[in-house]
Design a protein around this ligand. Structure first.
Ligand code: ASP
Length: 382
């Protein structure tokens, strides 16, 4: 009886919150065909359309499409979500436009210290590295940590020692260093600015994917924030903060002011909310609901309608938006990309822009930079 009362209360609460289930809710969201989806980001931040030249925009769009194509090719040929995530991230790590791998920001001491993480939603195996300085593609080392070691998280020299046992390609420090990023550090020091003042956008890269087997994966790679010191580590390599994947709910990769993303546990928080929404026992709930609302209000409220509704794009988007609103409330900013087991590929960000792209087996293909440029579910304002 207590459980029934609780269920009644929850359902009444959902109705009160405006969750009204239509007679045939979101039937399209059922998974009956093998499908794939992918979303990528190249960092969120204070992007000003007036300062974006057509050439610069074209360069970013081409780089994003290139990364998206690499991930799409893996998924469309039946490859795994983990392989698609790595395939999409590698070109962005190699491209100096992004703050990951080559083109990473500088630490206070003038080094490029790289972080990366990856997670397989099938078994929640995860790998992460922080503070590596000689690994050409840190996402590949993170994946080796996941598959070839008993650990999840390795740092600095230790991680590089492990890389040496795994045939991981290395590169000298000059490979990562770019003049533009060096100048950002100099400007920061000369004018006593914060990293946010000089970075404007975060520039971390990430990818999330659903493969045709129904498996999810997420990965993130970054140089962190300009002028980071004292061994500062952001959210990108922290499983649960910058990266999370669980086949039961979603795969998320984040970019933004890492301290806030760690405090909120953004990536896992989004997945947990979606998982809880799907764990509801709708038969009991509807029985319970009948005790507190009239039959009229229940019209169309069959268990399958509720199930479909709680797996809809709207619920996934709301889950991500609500968690990003929490980040904002605490004073942080940034964004996330996510894919769900149903194939929804979504973004949520509380900055003026986020370099981003998404594609699905249904034919969607989009790259976008500023808020509102993407498709219908592209909701930048919170
Ligand atoms: N989240 C990263 C960090 O805090 C920065 C970024 O997204 O670019 O290190």
């Amino acid at each position: 009886m207590i459980i029934r009362q609780f269920v009644s209360l929850v359902l009444a609460g959902l109705l009160a919150a405006g969750v009204v289930v239509p007679a045939s809710a979101a039937a399209d969201d059922h998974v009956d065909q093998p499908r794939w989806s992918i979303a990528i980001h190249g960092g969120a931040g204070t992007l000003d359309p007036d300062k974006m030249t057509p050439e610069k925009r074209a360069a970013y769009e081409a780089a994003l499409q290139n990364a998206l194509d690499a991930g799409k090719a893996v998924l469309a040929s039946g490859g795994s979500a983990v392989d698609a995530v790595k395939a999409a991230i590698i070109p962005m790590e190699d491209d100096p436009l992004f703050n990951a791998g080559r083109g990473a920001v500088f630490t206070w001491e003038g080094r490029n210290e790289l972080d990366a993480s990856i997670m397989d939603g099938r078994d929640r195996s995860a790998g992460a590295v922080t503070g590596v300085t000689t690994i050409k593609n840190p996402i590949l080392l993170a994946d080796k940590v996941r598959t070839e070691s008993p650990h999840v998280f390795m740092m600095g020299e230790g991680a590089e020692g492990f890389a040496a046992t795994q045939n991981i390609e290395t590169a000298p420090p000059e490979w990562f260093a770019t003049e533009a990023r060096k100048q950002s550090l100099e400007r920061m020091k000369a004018n006593a600015l914060s990293s946010l003042d000089v970075d404007h956008k975060f520039g971390t890269v990430g990818a999330v994917a659903l493969d045709m087997e129904g498996n999810l994966a997420a990965g993130t790679s970054t140089g962190g924030m300009t002028g980071k010191r004292w061994g500062r580590i952001g959210d990108a390599p922290v499983i649960g903060a910058g990266t999370y994947a669980d086949n039961r709910s979603c795969a998320v990769s984040a970019t933004g002011w890492g301290e806030y993303f760690i405090r909120v546990g953004v990536a896992q928080e989004i997945c947990t909310r979606l998982r809880f929404a799907q764990m509801i026992d709708f038969d009991s709930m509807i029985e319970g609901l009948k005790e507190v609302v009239s039959e009229d209000e229940l019209t169309g409220g069959e268990p399958s309608d509720f199930q479909a509704y709680f797996r809809s794009e709207k619920i996934a988007q709301n889950g991500a938006d609500n968690v990003m609103a929490e980040v904002k409330e605490l004073g942080g900013d940034g964004g996330v990309i996510l894919v769900t087991p149903e194939g929804h590929a979504l973004y949520s960000f509380n900055t003026t822009g986020m370099y981003r792209g998404r594609a699905t087996s249904d034919g969607m293909n989009e790259v976008a930079i500023f808020g509102g440029e993407g498709g219908p579910s592209d909701t930048p304002d919170h």
